[in-house]
Design a protein around this ligand. Structure first.
Ligand code: FES
Length: 160
């Protein structure tokens, strides 16, 4: 397991922390956003978060380990997050999901047997003008052709 977060991840954590820091009882929301972004909430990220949102790290672990929803390890090397927000939904998000699912032979919420890919759906990622959108490891792929999106995206990341 890595012990440091990359600059990109740190930026994201800072952004998420800033958004929620002053809202009471927002720890769950923070953790949801972190997991949507990273696919999991690893130990080193909990340590960073504790500093950023001023919550004891023990409390963060407690929440992360209590809910089955939260994962502490990345479920796959490449996290494919299909946006199912309104704009993406209207532009064929379900077909994008279907296309990726068919290409990888897995369902939403599952990882490929070789752990290379994990497929999940997420709420609006804030790039509605580029709908339909898939976020891969934090990078946005937009204006996708729903039917061929699975082949195109998987080909770009397989073996990388
Ligand atoms: S609805 Fe997909 S990016 Fe906003």
């Amino acid at each position: 397991m890595t012990t440091a977060t990359t600059p990109n991840v740190q930026e994201d954590l800072q952004r998420i922390a800033k958004k929620w820091k002053d809202k009471p009882g927002s720890l769950i929301m923070v953790l949801h956003e972190v997991q949507e972004r990273l696919g999991c909430v690893p130990r080193n990220v909990c340590l960073e978060l504790a500093k950023l949102i001023d919550v004891p790290v023990a409390r963060i672990y407690e929440v992360v380990t209590f809910y089955n929803y939260f994962k502490t390890e990345a479920p796959g090397k490449h996290i494919l997050s299909v946006c199912t927000g309104t704009a993406c939904h209207l532009k064929g998000a379900s077909k994008v999901l279907e296309s990726l699912s068919k290409e990888l032979g897995i369902k939403e919420g599952e990882s490929s047997a070789d752990k290379e890919f994990h497929l999940q759906s997420v709420r609006c990622v804030g790039c509605c003008g580029m709908a339909p959108v898939v976020m891969v490891n934090g990078a946005i792929h937009g204006k996708l052709k729903p039917e061929s999106s699975g082949k195109e995206i998987v080909a770009q990341y397989r073996g990388k």
